[in-house]
Design a protein around this ligand. Structure first.
Ligand code: NAP
Length: 505
């Protein structure tokens, strides 16, 4: 794309599940004048960026895939990153998305033009304008490394440092002393994968995780044959996986105490592998299961029980030379540090790059907490939609279900714009955004994420849960089936430089 090359109807940002899904849906709606702006050099989003050893999805593959692009050939019940990434590459081919992809186009700035009623977008490879922006940059795309005193000096002295989502495949961990920081979904997959290679592994655990066994197995050739020959069997399998998870939701959202029974399964998972009572005590959480994401692994505890592993039951606070210091004063000399410390979710950097109709950035607009209407649109940001926006995350099921709901909403949004005619914008009414968030936060009060006694990335700096959807995926599907025009202000350009606002009843 050259400087100021063009105007497009829709600019999609990101080419993970959300961005590719949006692109497919736009084409199905007959919109072909769109581009997908992707900062990296290939598609795949989080499944491209996370290539750490052991990376796999903890949601079964037959549910963690598009309903409109089933894959009868998933190799395992919980497929690995390589297979999920390959699936997304195939999806890009099958649905003819390649001509729309603009790889290596990092979005630097976006500004709403109040006169032209369109978005001005500055990328690393030229500028463009768009009537509508679909931001599918993803909440788990910008790695977070804590500001640890001594970290820069550690690197300067030859120590290696990398984040789980930026794995350095050129660095051989064999025979090295390695620290892993964190006990989230990423760290618990990395630890068993690297433990056999490294000389010494020290886990800095600030908070222990609840870890359930993972019933992973190869999907047999017979099952795959059946899914290929009789696609209804794959649909039924998906339906079953979905239904089980829907039934679990009320325990998370209304009756967290019921989850206490599940804690026993996680405790047995630990007891099977960890004989040392002292280590078991360190690894036992003191909050309700489900408050943080429930992790699945049958290899994590056995790895921690191996003789070359130490668990420091404290956060990493400081680095002196090549010695890592825990909050409890313990020390470990290491050659490399792997940060499994998560992502900028409630403070996502892309929000700083978007300036809306009132001249303020999305980050400023969200300074007291992220808020949107139905997880999609934001007050002051016309013709703007987020895929996996605020309060659309799930604690127990497949995000692809939520993404597909949002694609329905996107399709209806575009249909409304078509019907209203060229030069029209839809801007979420602040009152509608506030009403939606009151309902969401009201439901949140009783959920395990808020009352379970833990701190997690689901909560923002003010302790508000702006990430998780406090209901079933079916409820979200209903809430996003169609755009309710009374929740929007319709703005029309009558001619350049002037605008007319229409209040719709
Ligand atoms: P995360 O869940 O945010 O975990 C970050 C970890 O870093 C936490 O255990 C945190 O401790 C720890 N930490 C931060 N600063 C620390 C310090 N100074 N010392 C010690 N520990 C420190 O990040 P993640 O594991 O990358 O997972 C993020 C999300 O990605 C997951 O929740 C999930 O949604 C997704 N994910 C999914 C899969 C999958 O299989 N589908 C796999 C990987 C990731 P505290 O607990 O004390 O805050």
């Amino acid at each position: 794309m050259s400087q100021h090359e063009r105007h497009v109807r829709v600019a999609v940002i990101g080419s993970g599940f959300g961005g590719l899904g949006a692109a497919i849906r736009l084409r199905r709606e007959g919109v072909t004048d769109f581009v997908v702006l992707e900062r990296a050099d290939s598609v795949g989003g989080t499944w491209r960026d996370n290539s750490y050893p052991g990376c796999a999805c903890d949601v079964p593959s037959h549910l963690y895939s598009f309903s409109f692009a089933p894959n009868p050939d998933w190799p395992r019940t919980f497929s690995g990153q390589r297979h999920i990434r390959a699936y997304l590459e195939r999806v890009a081919d099958t649905f003819g998305l390649r001509p729309h992809l603009r790889l290596g186009h990092e979005v630097r700035r976006m500004r709403w033009d109040n006169d032209e009623l369109r978005w001005e977008i500055e990328t690393g490879r030229g500028d463009l304008t768009a009537d509508v922006v679909v931001c599918a940059a993803g909440p788990l795309s910008d790695p977070k490394i804590p500001d640890i005193p001594g970290l820069a000096a550690f690197e300067e002295q030859g120590g290696r440092v990398f984040h789980s989502a930026r794995w350095d495949h050129g660095y051989d961990l064999t025979g090295k002393r390695v620290a892993v920081i964190g006990t989230g979904a990423s760290a618990i997959q990395i630890i068993p994968a690297i433990q056999p290679e490294v000389r010494r592994l020290t886990l800095f655990q600030r908070t222990p995780a609840w870890v359930m066994p993972r019933m992973d197995r190869p999907i047999t050739a017979a099952e795959r044959w059946l899914h290929r020959k009789v696609p209804a069997t794959a649909t039924a399998r998906r339906g079953l996986l979905w239904g089980i998870r829907e039934l679990q939701v009320s325990a998370f959202t209304k009756r967290p105490n019921e989850l206490g029974l599940v804690e026993n399964i996680a405790k047995a998972n630990m007891a099977r592998a960890v004989r040392d009572p002292e280590l078991r005590a360190k690894l036992t959480p003191d909050y309700r299961i489900g408050c943080k994401r429930i992790l699945l692994s049958s290899e994590y505890y056995p790895a921690l029980a191996r003789p070359n592993v130490d668990v420091v039951a404290a956060g990493l606070t400081e680095i002196r030379g090549n010695r890592l210091i825990g909050a409890d004063g313990s020390e470990a000399e290491v050659d490399a540090i792997v940060f499994g410390t998560g992502f900028h979710v409630t403070d996502m950097p892309i929000a700083e790059r978007v300036t809306g109709a009132d001249g303020i950035t999305l980050a400023e607009s969200w300074k007291d907490g992220m808020e949107s209407l139905r997880g999609a649109t934001a007050a002051g940001f016309p013709n703007w939609m987020t895929i996996i926006g605020p309060n659309t995350g799930l604690g127990n099921s497949s995000m692809i279900l939520m993404i597909e709901s949002q694609l329905n909403y996107l399709a209806d949004y575009i249909r409304h714009l078509d019907r209203l005619g060229p030069g029209t914008t839809l801007a979420a009414r602040p009152s509608a955004v506030a009403a939606w968030n009151r309902r969401v936060q009201d439901r949140m009060k009783r959920t395990v994420w808020n009352v379970g006694g833990c701190d997690s990335w689901y909560l923002d700096a003010n302790g508000r849960n702006t990430t998780i959807w406090p209901g079933t995926t079916a409820e979200f599907r209903r809430a996003t089936r169609a755009v309710d025009l009374s929740e929007y202000e319709v703005v029309r350009v009558r001619d350049r430089g002037s605008r007319t606002e229409e209040a719709l009843a």
